[in-house]
Design a protein around this ligand. Structure first.
Ligand code: ZN
Length: 314
């Protein structure tokens, strides 16, 4: 029997006449209801299927995976990644000073807070009873105090360990505060405990903030070298990019080629000159002698001196 709506007409419709209103038997009405119900169920099932496929595609997309796997990279809406030619240099000029003329400096202590993606505290790297987030926060707070006591700076912490913030959110805190400079503090890790040394990553050549970021990075690298840390790479200042498969690509800062791959999110999102420091290796005893414990205060003082030099303040 052919499926479909069963309709009975009182009279056969003619070509000239408007067909009479169909009259349904009780049986036909039941069939219509069943038909509608089947249609509704089918639509519902299709909706569930489409949403599931959509979710799977979103979840497995490299850009999203990235936020799960690499704590220093997440998606960011930014107006900072303009070509050097097209960029307004206003990012640094327009921002930066409070009403009382103090210079806004953003300090970004790497890691801390419960990361919902892993359902656990984001300690960063850990070795020999040391946790990266403890050292970065202690150093950042010490630097905050030095800048605050100076009186010429209005320091801002992008995070204080009480809550997990994505790199894009940390950058947004700096941007909203009108930061004129951002320093992100991290530590390196290697399974080989002999790996050691300082390296920092400046905002790369495709960002308008590259030149000033590089200048600050060079000051910091020189100062940490004077402190006794080995400089990694050519001179301790490097650029990092993520390729289309989210592999990290590292170039020396002596390579000024403009590349359009994304870099550390916080460097893009803050919209001001920015440097991410890997001060030393948490897995290396010599580096930690210099940078943990009382070393946090020494590192903070070193950053403070560099910030004063960067802004031509004595
Ligand atoms: Zn880190």
């Amino acid at each position: 029997m052919a499926k479909g709506r069963v309709v009975f007409y009182e009279d056969p419709p003619s070509r000239t006449q408007t067909p009479a209103r169909p009259v349904y038997t009780a049986r036909a009405r039941r069939r219509r209801r069943r038909h509608r119900l089947r249609g509704l169920l089918f639509a519902l099932a299709a909706l569930v299927l489409v949403s599931s496929v959509g979710y799977i595609l979103w979840y497995t997309h490299p850009a999203h995976q990235n936020t799960l796997s690499d704590p220093e990279r997440d998606q960011v809406e930014t107006d900072a990644d303009l070509s050097p030619e097209g960029a307004s240099s206003g990012t640094a000029a327009a921002a930066g000073e409070t009403g009382d003329g103090r210079i806004v400096v953003a300090i970004d202590p790497g890691h801390g807070g419960v990361n919902p993606n892993i359902g656990a505290e984001d300690y960063g790297s850990e070795a020999n009873g040391l946790r990266e987030n403890d050292i970065t926060l202690t150093t950042a707070r010490a630097l905050y105090d030095l800048l605050e006591e100076d009186g010429r700076f209005a320091p801002v912490l992008t995070a204080d360990g009480s809550a997990y913030l994505k790199p894009s959110e940390r950058g947004a805190v700096a941007k909203a505060a009108g930061a004129q400079l951002l320093l992100s503090i991290h530590l390196n890790y290697d399974g080989d405990p002999s790996s050691s040394g300082f390296e920092c990553y400046a905002a790369p050549p495709n960002l308008s903030t590259n030149g000033e970021s590089l200048r600050f990075g060079q000051l910091v690298a020189t100062a940490f070298s004077d402190l006794g840390l080995r400089l990694r790479g050519a001179n301790g200042v490097r650029y990092l990019y993520y390729d289309e498969n989210d592999n990290k690509l590292i170039y020396e800062s002596t390579d000024s080629t403009i590349r359009w791959d994304p870099t550390f999110t916080v460097l893009e999102a803050c919209g001001c000159p920015a440097v991410l420091c890997e001060e030393g290796f948490i897995s290396n005893a010599g580096d930690m002698d210099l940078l943990s414990g009382d070393g946090c205060q020494t590192a903070a003082r070193t950053y403070y001196d560099c910030i004063c030099t960067y802004f031509n303040l004595t």
